[in-house]
Design a protein around this ligand. Structure first.
Ligand SMILES: *Cc1c(COP(=O)(O)O)cnc(C)c1O
Length: 371
């Protein structure tokens, strides 16, 4: 008998109502005619692209963005209707697929457009990416922009549908570099004989805390759709409270008491100083709980207890104040009783940003949706 049932109790619980709340709140806080582009790249920052996309669209988003051709095709397979924009690089070999599947592509190269024009036999919508200071992708001069624009206009199938840029420092208090990028973008716009349907520059930080005129025709809403602030600085300026959507849970699968002097795990890296209950959790670095998380607290019965010793590939151990039963629920990220362990706490523990945390929880951990 085959089954999709999950037997291992380790799972990520995704709160789609939180996603909907975060999107509908944004909608209330941006200008009335501004569209929301829900950014669901990287499997919706680890939350599940199709489910998040549906929730976001229901709550008021009108378009989706992903990073790669493969992500666009995956979302399109499940959602035939919504507009999907690929923010990153697509090879020309994808152009015909994109045209067939009504997927919009980012472009920044004259040669790319020349090649795509030869390949495409159907309309293909393009958004020109301009580089105003990220120096990642995008055209860098007004001359390049104009020749790209003219090349698209001359083509039978290619449609100049949008123009966009991306900010490097929108989430920081210091705004000199941000302002430079804004000025540069405005110069690029002036260099064009016409505006396309969609001008968009705002990521989450820009949409939430910067001048409303930077919302242009659409905002690209990523991290705060998932209930996380783009930075500590933005956290202090949020126009509405965010609801985190990602929790990570498992259950105790073994427990034993060890004596003083006895150790736990590979390398015997933790040694008990007093009689200690050691519990085992079925989650390890192959699930994204990388070894640097050793020492991180988890919640059991609403209390914080630490991960001790080295984290194994598939399991890790925690030190417990008392004996708990096998099957006792353990929360690694999320709330239990009055305690909460946030993604921000995890990020701080390993010296990274909150964006990275749900992304590194691997596909071995099933995403379970609460509605
Ligand atoms: C990822 C990404 C976004 C979303 O950024 P957030 O900070 O998560 O809102 C927007 N635009 C581009 C080009 C991106 O790559």
């Amino acid at each position: 008998m085959r089954t999709n049932k999950h037997f291992r109790p380790t799972k990520a619980i995704i709160d789609l109502n939180a996603i909907k709340y975060n999107v509908s709140q944004l909608k209330k806080h941006i200008q009335p005619n501004v569209k929301i582009i829900a950014v669901v790249k990287a499997n919706a920052y680890g939350h599940g692209d199709v489910e998040v996309a549906k929730a976001a669209l229901e709550a008021g988003a009108s378009m989706l963005a992903v990073a790669t051709p493969e992500e666009a095709l995956h979302v399109r397979k499940h959602l035939p209707e919504p507009e999907i924009l690929v923010l990153g690089y697509s090879p020309t070999s994808f152009a015909e697929y994109a045209a067939n599947e009504n997927i919009t592509l980012a472009v920044y190269s004259y040669d790319w457009v020349e090649e795509a024009e030869k390949i495409c036999s159907k309309p293909l919508k393009l958004h020109i990416k301009v580089d105003t200071g990220m120096h990642r992708i995008g055209v860098t001069t007004e001359k390049q922009l104009r020749s790209l624009y003219e090349k698209i206009k001359l083509s039978d199938h290619l449609i100049f549908d949008g123009i966009f840029t991306h900010f490097a420092t929108a989430d920081e208090e210091e705004d000199a570099y941000f302002k430079k990028q804004v000025d540069k973008f405005e110069q690029f716009l002036k260099a064009l004989p016409e505006k396309p349907r969609l001008v968009h520059v705002a990521n989450t930080a820009t949409a939430l805390i910067k001048d409303a005129r930077l919302q242009y025709d659409a905002v690209r809403f990523g991290i705060s759709m998932y209930g996380l602030a783009p930075s500590e600085y933005v956290k202090g300026k949020l126009p509405y409270p965010l609801k985190p959507a990602f929790s990570l849970e498992t259950e105790l699968v073994a427990i034993k008491q060890i004596e003083p002097g006895e150790s736990v795990g590979y390398g015997a890296a933790f040694t008990a100083e007093k009689p200690t209950y050691i519990g085992t959790l079925p989650i390890g670095y192959a699930d994204g709980l990388i070894r640097k998380f050793s020492g991180q607290d988890v919640l059991i019965d609403g209390k914080r207890v630490p991960i001790v010793g080295r984290i194994c590939m598939d399991q890790c151990m925690i030190a417990l104040p008392t004996a708990y039963n096998i099957g006792e629920k353990v929360v690694l990220i999320g709330k239990q009783k009055d305690e909460e362990i946030t993604i921000d706490e995890w990020a701080a523990k390993v010296g990274t940003i909150n964006y990275e945390v749900p992304c590194i929880i691997t596909s071995r951990v099933p995403r379970i949706y609460n509605i």
